[in-house]
Design a protein around this ligand. Structure first.
Ligand SMILES: O=P(O)(O)OP(=O)(O)OP(=O)(O)OC[C@H]1O[C@@H](n2cnc3c(O)ncnc32)[C@H](O)[C@@H]1O
Ligand SMILES: [Mg+2]
Length: 198
């Protein structure tokens, strides 16, 4: 079975990838599966695409196998695109999901329902030894809820309502989220390559 490393240390992302890749005969590993801890990669880019490629290329050079990386985040119109590429560390270096949510909710406290439009974006970069990296982007349009709700998922899911629903993503089952998410929409675009691997 071919091996694919998903270059993430985010357990929420790793679980979603594992589930969405289960239909392929590919052995999927995340950076959380290695006995020797892999150093953090500095995300110095100014776009999701750039940061995804920084991660996939760094891990591909290290292990010499195909690597897929995800750089993703929440873009809120009323905050001029924040938290954007800084989504993980919006409220500080400790990457605390709850503090990040509280920071967003405080900044949006006077913003009415109609002006709370937002989207999740996911850039997926695939790097292979001696080949060019390719990058695809997926989106999920929606809005920021007036209050936090639900326990599923991770990150900003408790405050994000996808268009067409009245529930937050954290009130969607993992299967439901994986059928509409930004991550799913990015994966769909690399499906041809994934099939060729399995
Ligand atoms: O870099 P890796 O190791 O993959 O893990 P990370 O958590 O630092 O990941 P990113 O740099 O891509 O930052 C993404 C942040 O955006 C948020 N995010 C991304 N996808 C999300 C999703 O599906 N649901 C909720 N929040 C999400 C969440 O706060 C993530 O920490
Ligand atoms: Mg990161």
């Amino acid at each position: 079975m071919k091996e694919l490393i998903v270059a993430t240390k985010n357990s929420g992302k790793a679980a979603e990838f594992r589930e969405m890749f289960s239909k392929y005969t590919i052995e999927v590993k995340s950076l959380l599966d290695f006995d020797d801890p892999v150093n953090d990669i500095e995300e110095t880019g100014t776009s999701f695409e750039e940061n995804a490629a920084i991660k996939s290329e760094a891990i591909c050079s290290k292990f010499n196998v195909p690597v897929l990386a995800d750089d993703s985040g929440l873009v809120i119109d009323a905050l001029n695109g924040e938290p954007g590429v800084y989504s993980a560390r919006y409220a500080g270096e400790e990457k605390d999901d709850q503090k990040n949510i509280e920071k967003v909710m405080a900044k949006l406290k006077d913003v009415p329902e109609n002006d709370r439009t937002a989207r999740f974006i996911c850039a997926i970069a695939v790097s292979r030894p001696d080949k060019e990296t390719f990058i695809k982007v997926g989106k999920c349009e929606g809005s920021i809820a007036l209050e936090e709700r639900g326990n599923h998922g991770f990150g900003y899911d408790p405050i994000f309502i996808p268009n067409g629903s009245n529930r937050t993503l954290a009130e969607h089952t993992p299967e439901e989220k994986n059928s509409i998410s930004h991550r799913k929409n990015a994966i769909l675009q690399v499906e041809g390559w994934l099939k060729a691997q399995s």
